[in-house]
Design a protein around this ligand. Structure first.
Ligand code: XMP
Length: 325
């Protein structure tokens, strides 16, 4: 019979056997999958695992702290945090094209990851080699990417949770047979905090693909504020379990006229994109209660500088994808 306890026991045993006395690394993205995969491997091989968290500056508010504090507190894992904000922002300078952004972010991520890996080896040269890479691949990922089903490649997905494809590692993928809800149950059983286990999906390229236009630090800060308000109000209204996720998008290249405080403003719109979905392959726009939308809209326009309009995306997928880029 399927129980989370059985899954954990089986995986722990097979990971131990596979890794032996070698070492492994795991990229953490702050997302559920990489967190649960890391916790599971950590349970199996303890200090032989080092987690790497690349802070690319495209994270949401509180995300880095969550990984640094909550995840480490819950698992006791060895964590290496790399501050790569400047590097990513430099690489993204002047770039507005979505695919180009995704490629740049993916490329920079691999570079930073390689550097971190070399540092880990250099820091403990006498130790066993780092031979394994942990990936939070789920069953739907396996199905989607396998077997030439002819699915059009709509976007270059970068699972920044750890997908340096051209790195030479043996893979550990302890979640390969599980669906998202099962992964959450396993994470819970492993003692991960609720805020990590129940997190909604968030794209690897982060807020970089939620700014329509060039990505700058100033725009990221603005979007971070708006996103934090939306998340806070959705949580307060008990909507987290009702929706699949709610991207908050900054239309940085668009301005509209508004009237705020003492007079006319010329600011940017923020788009709310709440969706309901089973697997993100298709989605419907969520019918959020008007009161919740009103609260979010009022707070964002009051509290976020340079934003004078909040609009709601009422497009299903297809034709619209969940993310705007
Ligand atoms: P789309 O926009 O293609 O998104 O309808 C489907 C789901 O995938 C997430 N997403 C990503 N996840 N790396 C990820 O790990 C990515 O590059 C990426 N792009 C989109 C998106 O948030 C949604 O849940």
């Amino acid at each position: 019979t399927w129980t989370t306890g059985n899954v954990i026991d089986e995986q722990v045993a097979s990971i131990r056997e596979m890794v032996g006395n070698k070492r492994a690394i795991c990229g953490l993205s702050g997302g559920v999958d990489s967190a649960v995969a890391a916790a599971l491997v950590q349970k199996a091989i303890g200090k032989q695992l080092t987690c790497v968290y690349v802070d690319h500056g495209l994270m949401r508010k509180g995300e880095t702290e969550q990984v640094e504090k909550d995840f480490v507190a819950a698992t006791g894992v060895e964590l290496k945090v790399v501050d790569a904000e400047e590097r990513f922002l430099n690489a993204l300078k002047g770039v507005s094209d979505p695919e180009e952004k995704r490629k740049i972010i993916g490329r920079e991520f691999i570079r930073v990851f390689e550097q971190a890996q070399a540092e880990i080896v250099a820091e403990a040269p006498g130790d066993q080699p780092v031979e394994f890479l942990v990936q939070g691949t789920l069953y739907p990922d396996v199905v989607e990417s396998g077997g030439g089903t002819g699915t059009a490649n709509i976007k270059s997905h970068h699972n920044v949770g750890g997908l340096p494809e051209d790195l030479e590692f043996k893979l550990i993928e302890p979640l390969r047979q599980l669906f998202k809800d099962e992964v959450r149950m396993v994470g819970q059983e492993l003692g991960l905090p609720e805020e990590i286990v129940q997190r909604q999906p968030f794209p690897g390229p982060g807020l970089g693909i939620r700014i329509v236009g060039e990505v700058t630090k100033e725009r990221l800060d603005l979007l971070r504020e708006a996103d934090a308000i939306a998340r806070e109000e959705l949580t307060a209204a008990g909507q987290d379990s009702q929706i699949w996720q709610c991207p908050v998008v900054l239309l940085a290249d668009v301005r509209s006229v508004g009237v705020q405080g003492d007079g006319r403003t010329y600011g940017h719109p923020i788009v709310l994109r709440p969706v309901s979905s089973e697997d993100a392959m298709t989605a419907d726009w969520s019918r959020l209660p008007y009161e919740v939308l009103e609260k979010i809209s009022t707070r964002i326009t009051n509290e976020v500088r340079d934003v004078n309009r909040v609009v709601l995306d009422v497009t299903s997928k297809p034709p619209g994808t969940i993310e705007w880029e």
